[in-house]
Design a protein. Structure first.
Length: 345
């Protein structure tokens, strides 16, 4: 069964069907960057970002020497910004190595910030031909359906079961070809919804198809409900300037910019009074914005307060920014939603 599975996938795979800039390249930096960008992002979405990023940061050294703000700006739109911060940190570590040599083994790559077992396996198999099996969402789905595995993929037991089987399945003569084949197969044939079972080369032996279990596999354990998060923002501005705050490096939207944020309207009013001797006009109605993150459901209200002349605030957390320069700052997605609404009014 294992040989059948492996041989059918490799025979099915045709690299020309999904051309990608890093596929035929042995440029380790490009392979590494593509794998980081493909975490939580589809290929068709990340391609323009990859090209833009490589044009600005063509190698590890240029990325290591860049300012974090600029790196985040070039990542803007991809989301999950911790990936960009970790990429930047790892580039600095690699640049410090003797002659800037990249890591070569799974162990060495997993010592880099933001690189886990899947990414390390992908890099080492594509760049060096090491027989390390990748396990991403596409691979979990293909294996679960073909072999009829119903152990939850997001549990420690499930990860162990799938990892052991994936290691048995990989083609040791050409691991890069096999890894790319199974990932592409999951993305284009064995899709999450409406898989192409009628044209699938594995359909004759697929347990999920034979048992009518396509919609039930792979299995995930029950996910907790998203936590609600309420935020109040103050858009304090005049004709030329506004105030921005940079979020802490760690946590949600780490290192990105936003308007001054508060736990509620009362806290915001006190801040306005203490720092600017301002009162919130009674007629001011906030813009209401709902925003979804992986584990949070955000309900934000943004109060726009316009003054004749905005003075710089004397704290380390806030900065006075020219409205014309706003596009230069890496804003998180909720902020971009708000400014799109504000500029359209």
């Amino acid at each position: 069964m294992n040989n059948y599975f492996r041989e059918q996938l490799v025979e099915w795979y045709e690299p020309a069907n999904r051309p990608m800039p890093w596929k035929e390249s042995k440029n380790i930096y490009h392979i590494w960057l593509s794998e980081i960008m493909l975490q939580q992002t589809r290929v068709d979405q990340m391609l323009p970002y990859f090209e833009r990023f490589v044009n600005r940061f063509p190698d590890v050294q240029s990325l290591a020497e860049a300012d974090e703000d600029e790196v985040l700006k070039y990542w803007e739109g991809l989301g999950y910004y911790s990936r960009a911060r970790n990429l930047h940190k790892a580039a600095g570590l690699i640049a410090e190595r003797a002659e800037g040599d990249e890591p070569r083994s799974m162990k060495e790559w997993m010592e880099m910030p933001g690189v886990g077992p899947y990414t390390a396996a992908a890099i080492t198999s594509f760049a060096y031909g090491h027989p390390n099996a990748v396990l991403d969402g596409n691979v979990y789905r293909v294996i679960a359906r073909f072999f009829g595995l119903d152990v939850p993929i997001d549990t420690s037991q499930g990860k162990k079961v799938f990892s052991n089987l994936a290691d048995q399945l990989i083609c040791r003569k050409n691991p890069a070809l096999y890894n790319q084949a199974i990932m592409d197969f999951g993305a284009t044939v064995c899709k999450p919804n409406n898989p192409l079972c009628d044209s699938c080369p594995l359909s004759d032996q697929c347990v999920a198809r034979l048992g009518n279990l396509i919609g039930e596999l792979p299995v995930k354990s029950r996910r907790p409900n998203k936590k609600k998060w309420k935020i109040t923002y103050c858009h304090l501005h005049d004709n030329q300037n506004l105030l921005l705050v940079r979020r802490p490096s760690e946590g949600i939207w780490g290192g990105l910019y936003e308007l001054p944020a508060f736990s509620g309207k009362g806290e915001m009013i006190k801040w306005m009074h203490d720092n600017f001797d301002l009162k919130l006009p009674g007629s001011t109605e906030p813009v209401q914005i709902r925003h979804e993150l992986t584990h949070r459901r955000i309900e934000a209200e943004v109060f726009s307060v316009r003054v004749n002349k905005l003075k710089d605030i004397k704290t380390e957390s806030c900065m006075l920014v020219s409205s014309k320069m706003l596009p230069k700052f890496a804003l998180h997605s909720l902020m971009k939603k708000y400014f799109a609404i504000f500029t359209s009014d």
